[in-house]
Design a protein around this ligand. Structure first.
Ligand code: GRF
Length: 218
């Protein structure tokens, strides 16, 4: 991995995905963690791994444009090659998203394009599908619709609640997100067009994950 390839993580709260990235050995490549809320657990995790932190309270801005302008200014101080959304609960302006074209990624708790939006886990439960999962994708101006990099499947059990299903979804996120970030930092991502992106896999890479722990290798 090129040590000059650094990334910035945007959070709003818990930071369990941030923690998973750190546990996967990526903390030294995280240039900064930026939160739109103060006092959240994710900032404590960042401190623990000695990662620079910034808080930009969205409440202090008159509108989305001025908040995103400040966010961009702050991110650019760190000149990252990648910006990672990890539970960042703000809709970003087109200007922001376009500025970071092909270097802004997100993890969404469903198998996109199913269950777009903020209540993906609840919506999958209500729809009574047998499986749901996670998607790691590039962010574009269309909500939850950018080129997909990786997906994982989580079966839905008959007695699942939002809490139990969320737990299993998170476990999968924690394995797959660091993997994809590493691939990005190793320049092993190709983007074919605005709907297709792929990871250049190597022998023994985990290509596909499910929460039953049966990895499928390439
Ligand atoms: C994750 O479930 C992710 O799918 C969604 O936000 C959640 C963030 O959790 N985008 P955490 O803050 O990383 O614990």
């Amino acid at each position: 991995m090129n040590p000059n390839n650094k990334f910035v993580v945007l959070i709003s709260g818990n930071g369990s995905n941030l923690e998973a990235m750190c546990k996967a050995g990526l903390s030294e490549q995280i240039a900064a963690v930026i939160s739109n809320k103060s006092g959240v657990r994710g900032l404590v995790i960042a401190d623990r791994y000695k990662i620079a932190t910034e808080v930009i309270e969205h409440k202090n801005f008159a509108n989305r444009d001025s908040f995103d302008d400040e966010l961009m200014k702050t991110i650019e101080k760190y000149t990252p090659t990648l910006v990672v959304l990890a539970g960042f609960m703000r809709i970003l302006t087109d200007k922001f998203v376009n500025f970071y074209t092909n270097r802004l990624i997100n993890v969404h708790p469903s198998i996109l394009p199913a269950f777009i939006g903020a209540n993906a886990i609840e919506n999958a439960l209500q729809a009574k599908t047998k499986v749901t999962g996670i998607t790691i994708h590039f962010v574009t101006t269309k909500l939850d619709s950018g080129p997909i990099l990786a997906q994982g499947i989580v079966p839905i059990k008959a007695n699942d609640t939002i809490e139990t299903l969320s737990q299993r979804i998170h476990l999968l996120e924690h394995r797959l997100y660091p993997f994809v970030i590493k691939k990005f930092l190793e320049n092993k991502i190709t983007i074919s067009n605005d709907v297709t992106a792929s990871i250049i896999h190597e022998k023994n890479d985990v290509l596909f994950l499910n929460s039953l722990n049966t990895n499928i290798f390439y």
